[in-house]
Design a protein around this ligand. Sequence first.
Ligand code: ATP
Ligand code: MG
Length: 335
Amino acid sequence: MENTEAKKIVLSAIQPTGTPTLGNYLGALRNWKNMADDNECFYAVADLHSLTVRPEPKLLRQRTKEMYALLLALGLDPERNTVFVQSHVNAHAQLAWILDCYTQFGEAARMTQFKDKSEKHPEIVNVGLFAYPTLMAADILLYQTDFVPIGADQSQHLEITRDIAERFNTLYGDTFKMPEPFIGKKGAKVMSLQDPTKKMSKSDTNVKGFISVLDEPDVIVRKIKSAVTDSEARVYYGEGKDGVNNLMTIYACCTGKSFDEIEQEFEGKGYGDFKAAVAESVVEELRPLQTEFARLIADKAYLEDCMKLGADKASYFANKTLRKAMKKVGLYSVK
Ligand code: ATP
Ligand code: MG
């Protein structure tokens, strides 16, 4: 891939399965923004992935537009970064098929997300859900990606991507670059407010378990107030304190304070004060994003222009890798 300034290539994607949660934001999206200035970034709304849970078509269209607006609202510049909708770039589904044929059934069956989601949606355990990681591998490998900013829950999928790439490269010679995960130190796994042993998910049916990045301030205050903690009423990070640990992580991410500083701040105070401070910090952290989103979502023409620009730019890069891979496996091409 031409890369005149030798910038690192970054790719990540998010499914339009609902409004992003604070977990998506702190674990992934905030890093997308932080990496945007110094790298060549490709960011996608993973609408093909979201078909695995068979969303209502009208809702999927609406959520795709909203997710796209939210990505721009992070402050991503659609001229400098490539922000696109996955299904607008045909190469993703095409390479995914090829990679399916270079992935073992057993390795895909080991994926925790597949097991979790099959349990959650026993009525729709479809082949797409099973093949999710190969589509994700295609997303990443098409752009000769160096870094993939993700939350900790996706590290297994990044591992399988590397395994697939290595297998392919060993068979056919260098085709794909080996991608590295970029997982932040704090916020890599924000937990559910109602069950702090499970990760916060935007598709959770219990809306009290997650904070959506578009929640109104009073909703955020209410949800954090009712977050599950423990009976000890002491703010410190420790074993058996999953709920408090999670709130401390959130507070640390939103204020930049260390866990030690937070413990000192709330020494001798109860969970009421602590939760109020956490809520306040979240409201402030999300305020600029919410303001910008409100402005962008009202401008459909602008959003669609950006989508087209993003799809053209992404297709240009993706097709180069796709053509290379097709040739290597022996698919017949005519000039
Ligand atoms: P779904 O429940 O539909 O899978 P999700 O909340 O898991 O939704 P994804 O679109 O699958 O969101 O993931 C988008 C990004 O957010 C990924 O990089 C993922 O690792 C990250 N992420 C998801 N949940 C969390 C979380 N609780 N904490 C930190 N990062 C997260
Ligand atoms: Mg997910």
